[in-house]
Design a protein around this ligand. Structure first.
Ligand SMILES: *Cc1c(COP(=O)(O)O)cnc(C)c1O
Length: 422
């Protein structure tokens, strides 16, 4: 931790906590599908003097002087985002994914207008119209669900709902949907009812950039994303759009919603976009999906019940309440806690048509972006499936979980994570 010398002198308590978190991220298998390891280059840009500068406005149109450097940084980030995704316009200022979505609402809707999105317990996001979120409080939110038999999006149902409710905006994308998003199909639905389609690719932006998931462009005129999930940048958000929506979206971000942009984050985003445009990133994106498929196969062999039967992407949703001959069923929360004790970090999650409470649901959600970033491949995925099976078979036995944790740490030692050991 030679890189935290000043912090060691100024605030040893926080320095030690950061060191502890670094060790934790190094020694466990991180399976939360929205998380990743940012590169050291991304973290250097993010931890720079750019944090000292105020830059309200956009390049060439600022309210403060001294933007000679910042304007160039933001312009590079914007141009890289446009080139990587083939977009006509990009705004890289949203503080994160939720504010990016909030800016879309502000740009396109008046309070009380109707928006259609995937329901949260079915794998949608809070900002797609969930009742306790600004999106469900301020707007008239209608929510689509998944097909009861396949647990996939049924576009005929979405179209029926859209015809009945006449939304002005339709959101696609989610947080716990393991299958390909049919952006072209959603575009047909949106066209049919005269709605604007917004593709929220927060989870899959890196897969899209690397060609491992179909792109929403040109089907969706507006695309929102985070920059820190599969895209492997610093925490942040972006909005991509057609030229038609550019001015309204820019105004919604600033001055509609935010003040000064986080310039250090913008620089980190620029670096991540450069990394994502490189040939190795294409291999990375495809390996994420190959790893997820290998992990899903390993889990199916151990008798796990996977929502929709498997995955096409980086993410797997498991109904842990369904046991096997040699493994009891266990609710999502105790399952996630047992796995964490075994060094396998994941999160408990609702499953489609969830019969239990959101704070104690039926499933756990896992994904492969982080393990792929540290170079793990199909053989390691099979070991992870085996460990998950053993850990849940012994979810009430701390000694067994502790033994698995030691085996996990040993494997991790051989796979140095970006930003920590490489
Ligand atoms: C993560 C996520 C967001 C929100 O991102 P934050 O950075 O946590 O605000 C929005 N939409 C989807 C689909 C997400 O997965």
């Amino acid at each position: 931790m030679s890189h935290l010398e000043a912090l060691k002198a100024a605030d040893p308590e926080i320095r030690e906590l950061i060191a502890e978190e670094e060790r934790r991220q190094d020694r466990c298998i991180r399976l939360i599908p929205s998380e990743n390891y940012a590169s050291r280059a991304v973290m250097e840009a993010t931890g720079s003097v750019l944090t000292n500068k105020y830059s309200e406005g956009y390049p060439g149109r600022r309210y403060y002087e001294g933007q000679q450097v910042i304007d160039r940084v933001e312009t590079i980030a914007v141009e890289r985002a446009k080139a990587l995704f083939g977009a006509q316009h990009a705004n890289v200022q949203p503080y994160s994914g939720s504010p990016a979505n909030q800016a879309v609402y502000l740009a396109l809707l008046k309070p009380g207008d109707t928006v259609l999105g995937l329901s949260l317990p079915f794998g949608g996001h809070l900002t797609h119209g969930w009742k306790v979120n600004f999106s469900g409080i301020t707007y008239r939110a209608v929510q689509y669900e998944l097909d009861p038999a396949t647990h996939r999006v049924d576009l005929d149902r979405v179209l029926d709902l859209a015809r009945k409710e006449r939304p002005k905006v339709i959101f696609t994308g989610g947080t716990a949907y393991p299958r390909i998003w049919d952006f072209e199909g959603f575009a047909r639905v949106a066209r049919e009812v005269g709605a604007v389609l917004v593709a929220d690719i927060a989870h899959i932006a890196g897969l899209v950039a690397g060609g491992a998931h179909p792109s929403p462009i040109p089907h969706a005129p507006i695309v929102t994303t985070t920059t820190h999930k599969t895209l492997r940048g610093p925490r942040g958000g972006m909005i991509l759009s057609t030229a038609e929506h550019a001015t309204a979206l820019d105004r919604a971000v600033f001055p509609g919603l935010q003040g000064g942009p986080h310039n250090h984050t913008t620089a980190g985003i620029a670096v991540a976009l450069k990394e994502a445009a490189s040939p190795p990133f294409r291999d990375y994106a495809h390996q994420i999906v190959r790893n997820a498929k290998a992990l899903a196969e390993g889990l199916l062999e151990k008798g796990f019940r996977l929502i929709s039967g498997g995955t096409d992407s980086h993410l797997i949703l498991i109904d842990t309440t369904a046991g096997a001959a040699d493994r009891p069923g266990v609710n999502g929360k105790p399952a996630a806690k047992a796995l964490d004790k075994a060094g396998l970090e994941c999160n408990y999650n609702t499953i489609p048509f969830e019969p239990r409470k959101p704070m104690d649901p039926s499933g756990v959600r896992i994904g492969t972006p982080s393990v792929t970033s540290r170079g793990m491949r199909e053989p390691e995925m099979r070991r992870i499936a085996e460990w998950m099976h053993r850990a849940l078979a012994a979810w009430e036995k701390p000694d067994v979980l502790e033994r698995i944790r030691a085996e996990v740490a040993e494997l991790c030692e051989a796979f140095p994570p970006p930003g920590i050991r490489i």
